[in-house]
Design a protein around this ligand. Structure first.
Ligand SMILES: Nc1nc2c(ncn2[C@@H]2O[C@H](COP(=O)(O)OP(=O)(O)OP(=O)(O)O)[C@@H](O)[C@H]2O)c(=O)[nH]1
Length: 456
């Protein structure tokens, strides 16, 4: 056994055989041992009995009762690339099992208590000690390989792990489809009607007014108009550059979400109006990949039903939606928004019945008609693979069906996506980390080139 002198207000560490016990003990009080035998023990922690230490979460990290709180995200975007993006959660989880001894018998626990007592009293500090037996946090892909080789159990654990995580809802849609209004309505609905813990992230640097309280807002870190001026860009180029700059520090966002995850049910992400900026850019890719490695993710595509009155505009909207689905390959919910203005029944009919669509297209005189008919034949598979819903972000009509669909899609993520990860988790993670790092590096190089060109 190895003992370290324990000084007040210092990190204390005691090593007893295979057991490592670390903590900060600040409070001076009476020495007391407490033991909880009701659960299986795989870890020993010395806990300070001071009120401030009753939770493992730091006070300012605990937003249980304050989801309105804006996170401080004024990241220094000129800092160098941070390594291991997307790894934050994994490495955090590893901490829970790393080096932890497994204590199975009473004698060992008693011996351990004596050892701790001697170690602490030798320093003449009066401290209150709690030895807790903690349930094994089985995060599946992080747990010790020796613990289980049973793949069925592993899958079940992984499933349970993802089930507990908040669902990330990424709201994507054409400019003016009502994304921001929808995010506001969904945020309020989930929070007030469904009593869920909701967190909102705004990734649209150009938005002027939000209908919800964003916990993380890209505008806090990056000033759209300054980017426009500095890089001499137009509106779309500036949005793209803002998103690129923000993506280089997306690891910080993941870090924040990791701290909050146990207390959240939903994380809603509002994206810029231009689909291509998010869907086809490297930064959009980084953001999506990073989030989907860490949380169950659902794509919520917003369709402007008013603009789908004609079968041809409906088809172009569906082609966009289709491209988003095949790019992201994530569970997909298409929301026909603005049904207070026009119902979406026709759209659903077109999706279900090719003949109806074909007939209606024939009545449309546009030269695009025959192209749309061909597309409708081709796009059938897409219609079958997605969920649809009609909503009004103004009147909240249709929102009562949303929760069920979101739960269904989370389940879809867990079944389809998690089981694949289970097999190749490490491989995928390694590849993604490398991939993401490379993308981030190239973004920074691009950024530096732009700056040096401007300085010439
Ligand atoms: N009638 C009606 N209008 C809506 C609804 N949802 C949004 N709108 C209106 O549609 C317009 C565009 O809404 P936004 O929420 O700004 O749309 P957006 O997709 O975020 O816009 P960009 O960020 O520019 O892409 C606004 O005038 C909204 O008031 C709805 O459900 N019904």
């Amino acid at each position: 056994m190895e003992k370290k002198n324990i000084k007040q207000n210092e990190e204390k560490e005691i090593r007893i055989d295979n057991y490592k016990i670390t903590n900060k003990i600040k409070t001076v009080g009476t020495l007391k041992f407490e033991k909880n035998d009701s659960t299986l023990c795989n870890k020993i922690i010395i806990k300070e009995m001071d009120e401030s230490f009753t939770t493992d979460v730091k006070k300012d990290d605990n937003c249980e009762n304050n989801f309105e709180k804006r996170e401080s995200t004024n990241f220094n975007i000129s800092e160098n690339v941070i390594e291991n993006i997307a790894d934050t959660n994994l490495s955090n989880k590893q901490e829970t099992t790393k080096d932890d001894g497994s204590i199975t018998d009473e004698k060992k626990i008693n011996d351990l208590q004596k050892e701790i007592k001697t170690a602490i009293t030798s320093n003449e500090n009066k401290v209150e000690i709690k030895i807790t037996k903690e349930k094994n946090v089985k995060t599946s892909f992080n747990k010790n390989k020796n613990e289980t080789n049973d793949t069925t159990n592993k899958k079940e654990d992984l499933r349970k792990y993802y089930e507990k995580l908040p669902t990330v809802i990424i709201v994507i849609g054409m400019a003016g489809s009502g994304k921001t209004t929808y995010v506001g309505a969904l945020y309020n609905y989930l929070k007030k009607e469904c009593k869920k813990k909701v967190y909102a992230i705004n990734l649209d640097p150009a938005v002027k007014h939000l209908h919800y309280t964003a916990n993380i807002d890209i505008r806090d870190s990056i000033k759209y108009h300054e980017v426009m001026k500095q890089y001499k860009l137009g509106p779309n180029g500036a949005i793209m550059t803002c998103l690129n700059l923000f993506a280089t520090r997306f690891d910080k966002v993941i870090e924040i979400l990791e701290k909050r995850k146990n207390k959240l049910n939903y994380i809603i992400v509002d994206t810029p109006g231009q689909i291509e900026v998010f869907n086809w850019s490297a930064s959009g890719n980084i953001i999506l990949e990073t989030l989907s490695v860490s949380f169950p993710v659902v794509i919520n595509y917003i369709v402007d039903t008013v603009r789908c009155e004609r079968p041809i505009t409906f088809m172009s909207n569906m082609l966009y939606a289709c491209s988003v689905l095949y790019k992201t390959r994530l569970p997909f919910l298409a929301c026909f928004n603005k049904i207070d203005v026009i119902k979406h029944d026709k759209c659903i009919e077109w999706m279900k019945n090719y003949d109806t669509f074909s007939d209606d297209v024939l009545n449309d005189e546009s030269y695009m008609a025959s192209f749309s008919r061909s597309c409708a034949l081709m796009i059938n598979e897409f219609y079958e693979g997605i969920k649809t819903i009609g909503v009004s972000s103004k009147t909240n009509e249709g929102f009562n069906n949303i929760l069920k669909k979101l739960e269904y899609l989370k389940e879809e993520f867990i079944i389809d996506y998690v089981s694949i990860i289970d097999k190749q988790m490490k491989k995928i993670k390694k590849r993604k980390d490398k991939d993401i790092k490379l993308k981030m590096e190239s973004l920074l190089i691009e950024q530096q080139k732009n700056i040096s060109n401007l300085n010439k």
